[in-house]
Design a protein around this ligand. Sequence first.
Ligand SMILES: Cc1ncc(COP(=O)(O)O)c(C=O)c1O
Length: 462
Amino acid sequence: MLAGMDRPRTIIEPFRIHAVEPIRITSRKERAAALEEAGWNLFSIHADDVLIDLLTDSGTGAMSRDQWAAIQHGDESYAGSPSWYEFLRSVQELWPLPHVIPTHQGRAAEKILFTVIGGAGKVIPNNTHFDTTRANVEFSGAEAVDLVIAEGRDPAAIHPFKGNMDVAALESLLAERADDVPVVFVTVTNNSGGGQPVSLENLRAVRAVCDRYAKPLFLDACRFAENTWFIKTREAGQADRAIPDIVRDMAALADGMTMSAKKDGLANIGGWLAVRDDRLAEQCRNMLILTEGFPTYGGLAGRDLEAIAQGLREVVDEDYLRYRIRSTAYLGEALAAAGVPLVQPFGGHAIYLDARALLPHIPPLEYPGQALAVALYLEGGIRGCEIGTVMFGRHPDGSETPAAMDLVRLAIPRRTYTQSHVDYVIEVVTAVAGGAAGLRGYRIADEPPALRHFTARFEPLG
Ligand SMILES: Cc1ncc(COP(=O)(O)O)c(C=O)c1O
């Protein structure tokens, strides 16, 4: 090998393309018509009318040859399928929690857990609740409280672990209302706060507070592998450790977890709830049987369990994680160099555009994130996702206030797009940012009582 080539500068995709999906190229006129029909809600656009779909990294990744092969091993026995045992082995290899309860996706795990431990008068702290987590907590009648560190609320603040929990704030919540807190949650990485990681040190400090108040600590572990890569590359003393060992350190600190296998399970569907406590497990399994299915398949087919089992083996591969985190940063670095305001440092699975900073002339209650997301679709067929006042502004009492930030998330599906796709995204976002002064806000014409961002209809203002 040439001198200096042991670790080449160019980080390549550690795979070749094995099957391709066509992308339909649309015109601006077609996209304008699609937007009007969709009530300017990007969730209502036909995916065929999207060129580069960065709506979510959830379930949208490409599965590997070995995952497709594993699907052929899917055993659809109702009870005790070998695919269940394969899944269980693979989950517990990384997360040695005694009770694993398979669900059709992450929110089903949340629904089961909060139905059992939530309820009126309860309060659930988290670094930042993801929208489905918050909705499930609130649907149970409990209160969802976000306690991320101050840097995590400031899109421009630089901190290696911006997803960390504010341990002092957690301590004072527990000092005041310990009886009302059934569980403490930490989301790794912190999706709603910009895909930012949480350090092992912070998890240990949170654990110590939980121990003082005898409270269980649960992880919302959707992006545990990406979080682990940040621990390995940013946290003192972790650089030489194997990724699975760091994952098991996180697991050792937790009493339970909720998981969406659509993220770091590298699968298109699936999830699980895992807990240490026998009685809680029994209560959750009873709920599982009511809403999802028998405990050895939950909401999944045997083939899905196999795909997840294989995905979990692949997601902790260092070459994969190096490429994954680097390719997200590639998009962020180019946009930052073009002067587009972004959440920094870059998260693991997505780049978050700071719409409130880019569009200061659009007040939060006229939804600057929505305005930017719609413009990216109109100009370039790129579908991102508003994470701001549309998603979080409406409260259970019916009131509406600005969210902490108005962001547009460009989530990168795993192993799906190439560098030239990303170069196209850079070109479109830069052009839209250049014309930001001409963008106008929106009003909501129609919205459902919960999770309004999925189905609300908008109207452009002005
Ligand atoms: C942090 C976090 N928690 C929970 C969920 C819910 O998972 P699912 O979409 O599988 O229901 C998501 C999904 O995006 C997430 O990002």
